[in-house]
Design a binder for this molecule. Structure first.
Ligand code: FAD
Ligand code: FMN
Length: 662
């Protein structure tokens, strides 16, 4: 039987499915049908996948192990890790079992030295720092490497590192570099060049390129064995899938309950904050920006101006209904998810065991509107009952189908939901949908727009509502921003707080320049509240210039009254507002900065020791401001371009140039 199961990826999908059903039926018959009797089979495809998994459970896994570790904050590294696992499993699954693990859940001290093959996908945050989840790992690894006494600790370990970052930041992909160097210092061998993904450009393409080098490197090694004729084709039997139990008679009070309120210290323990205010900040115009206040009384986490709050939002009713239809299940289908046993794919515990209605599970936990990753396409292919659809999905997920993927998914910005609608025969079981197809809906981060000195028990959010027409004609309603805009007083918001390095200087007398157009104003509203409190307590404040920008003072000059009051009261020395759509000539914050080059440089020069803060759009604004900074240095000091570059670099290296950009 083992041979039959292991060879499943090599045989056509339809055949694999039939074999899966037969093997499952045989197993259930042998077990007297006891083991899975509680697992409901709402459709043939559910029975198919659960049965195949039961068959898998029966075999002892004697394959070599390879662990894929990820350190993520906003989900990209996790998405890549899962995609990589799907590709590796389909190519080398016969010889090796690939396990994906959040680095936080990995017992590195006892396990890493004994690994044969490890991949690490590491995002960088702060000033070249690890994600919260990778902090302990990095402390352990760097201390071991720096001690110099354990040069052979990781001898025998072969590894590959892909760093995730953004070139906008001074320490680009620093964690990837640091982890790779530390692993080597401890005797591990690097399988291939370290990969670097730049979120400022096309990070998915960077990752694909790295994978394209990874597979030949593995083929040339003796670490794994490529099954003959192996392709990217995966069978439903190899999908990671939760066990699903239909719950027909749960009392209403038990269904769709939010998990109890946690500490609010991290993503694993969200605090249930209560909404105390929601208001529109724009006056007219065709866009929307909302101010939301969350009561955090009782939350264990504290905050300072400049920190972030992360919220767990929900998909809209329209999106949820469309997804349920694509899955072929009613919205009120009530079920419980649990881990399969054995949990071969290292699925994480379901966020909520349930009972949940499909409506609630899709709203809270499934990322339905992002572009589907290749692992999801492969998983859908494995579930497709129409051979043509299966083939097309496989092609889209394959290395050879890169251009097709770009033309069908990336360029038109197709969502997972749209793809499921386009491939109606690909109806995964609920267990496989949550285990292999839909990524977990990620929390969204917001720069807190209040200060605890004024609002000790609440955090404020300033959120631009995303409504964007996609090339397919679909209007994309931003999941979290639209959800926030629909909130009402008294609603509960699962959230957690995250500390950042974006902080006012310790000495309030140090002068500062703040640049924050649009919602980039958010953390500065907090800074201004903090400065107002300092002023009130009798502290002497350094100069503060705020560069704000919007389209039109009548429509989107958010918090105008508060800013004017701050000027009057002295927490802002000068407010520079740029309006991009009031005159024929567009004006942006950088134009105002350049017009005030001498004042700006008189604050940022070494002798004044002032700080520069930039917040908001990473793609354009932060780059324009960065370029302008060079021009300002040249204009104010008369130095050469090269010298200006050196001065700006020094500003950054001395910790006086901070960015909070997204
Ligand atoms: C540290 C940090 C601080 C932040 N602070 C703030 C803040 O103070 N205020 C604020 O307004 N925002 C802030 N953001 C941004 C915020 O986290 C959200 O990203 C923003 O609100 C949009 O989220 P959403 O769920 O509404 O939109 P989403 O649904 O996530 O959509 C966002 C964008 O993704 C793209 N997209 C969606 N689906 C697809 C697809 N299928 N294919 C291709 N592209 C797609 C679209 O371009 C869309 O505009 C911050 C982000 C970070 C990381
Ligand atoms: C607040 C913040 C700080 C960041 N700091 C850095 C940094 O210092 N260096 C870097 O290369 N990228 C930095 N980034 C970019 C992220 O590493 C990048 O977006 C990455 O793709 C995120 O991966 P994740 O989704 O797995 O968390 C930062 C991003 C944010 C939002």
């Amino acid at each position: 039987m083992e041979t039959t199961i292991l060879s499943l990826p090599l045989i056509p999908v339809a055949t694999a499915v039939v074999v899966g059903i037969l093997v499952a039926a045989l197993l259930l018959w042998r077990r007297g049908g006891q083991d899975k009797s509680s697992v409901a089979a709402p459709s043939a495809s559910h029975a198919r996948s659960n049965g195949a998994l039961a068959a898998q459970e029966a075999e002892a896994d004697s394959r070599e192990k390879c662990v894929i570790l990820f350190g993520t904050q906003t989900g990209t590294a996790e998405r890549f890790a899962k995609g990589l696992r799907a590709q590796l499993e389909s190519k080398y699954g016969g010889s090796t079992a690939f396990e994906v693990l959040d680095i936080e859940q990995y017992d590195f001290a006892s396990k890493l030295p004994g690994e044969k093959l490890v991949f690490l996908l590491m995002a960088t945050y702060g000033d070249g720092d690890p994600t919260d989840s990778a902090t302990e790992f990095w402390t352990w690894l760097s201390e071991a490497a720096e001690s110099g006494a354990q040069e052979d600790l990781l001898q025998g370990v072969t590894f590959g590192v892909f760093g995730l970052g953004n070139r906008q930041y001074e320490h680009f992909c620093a964690m990837g570099k640091k982890v790779s160097n530390a692993m080597k210092a401890l005797g591990a061998s690097e399988l291939l060049r370290r990969g670097e993904g730049d979120d400022d450009r096309d990070i998915d393409e960077d990752f694909d390129k790295w994978c394209a080098e990874l597979f030949p490197a593995l083929d040339a090694s003796t670490l794994v064995q490529k099954a003959e004729g192996a392709t990217d084709v995966m069978s439903a039997a190899f999908l990671a899938a939760y066990d699903v139990e239909e719950v027909a008679d749960a009392p209403t009070s038990q269904v769709d309950r939010l998990p109890p309120s946690g500490t609010g210290l991290n993503s694993h323990s969200p605090f249930l904050a209560t909404v105390t205010a929601v208001r529109e900040l724009h006056a007219g115009g065709d866009r929307s920006c909302v101010h939301v206040e969350l009561d955090i009384a009782g939350c264990k986490a504290t905050y300072d101006a400049g920190d972030h709050v992360a919220v767990f939002a929900e998909n809209s009713d329209a999106v949820v209904s469309a997804a349920a239809a694509a899955l072929g299940l009613p919205l009120n289908y009530c079920f419980r998810l649990s881990l399969p046993s054995p949990n071969k794919h290292s699925l994480p515990e379901p966020a909520v065991a349930g009972p949940l209605t499909l409506r609630c599970a899709l709203a809270r936990y499934a990322d339905l509107l992002s572009a589907p990753n290749k692992a999801a396409l492969l998983a859908l292919a494995a579930c497709a009952t129409d051979a043509g659809e299966a083939k097309r999905l496989q092609r889209l997920a394959s290395v050879e189908g890169k251009d097709d993927y770009h033309a069908y998914v990336v360029a038109p910005k197709r969502s997972l939901l749209e793809v499921m609608q386009d491939f109606p025969s690909a109806k995964p079981s609920l267990g496989a949908f949550f285990g292999s197809v839909a990524p977990h809906l990620q929390p969204r981060y917001y720069s807190i727009s209040s200060a605890p000195q004024l609002h000790p028990k609440s955090v404020h959010i300033t959120c631009a509502v995303v409504r964007e027409k996609m090339p397919t004609g679909r209007v994309h309603e931003g999941v979290a921003s639209c959800w926030l805009s629909r909130l009402q007083e008294g609603d509960r918001v699962p959230c957690f707080l995250r500390h950042s390095t974006f902080k006012l200087p310790r000495d309030p007398a140090t002068p500062v320049v703040m640049v924050g157009p649009g919602t980039g104003l958010a953390p500065f509203r907090g800074f201004l509240q903090q400065r107002a409190a300092l002023l009130k307590s009798g502290k002497k404040l350094g100069a503060a210039h705020l560069f704000f920008g919007c389209r039109n003072r009548k429509h989107d000059f958010i918090y105008e009254d508060e800013l004017e009051a701050a000027v009057a009261q002295g927490s802002i020395t000068q407010l520079h507002a740029a309006f991009s759509r009031e005159r024929a000539q567009k004006e942006y914050v950088q134009h105002h900065m350049e017009a005030h080059a001498n004042e700006v440089w008189s604050i940022l020069c070494d002798s004044a020791g002032g700080y520069l803060y930039v917040c908001g759009d990473a793609k354009n604004m932060a780059k324009d401001v960065h370029r302008t900074l060079h021009a300002i240095a040249v204009k104010a000091t008369g130095c050469s371009e090269a010298k200006a570059e050196e001065l700006v670099k020094r500003l950054s290296e001395s910790g006086r140039y901070h960015k909070d950009v997204w």
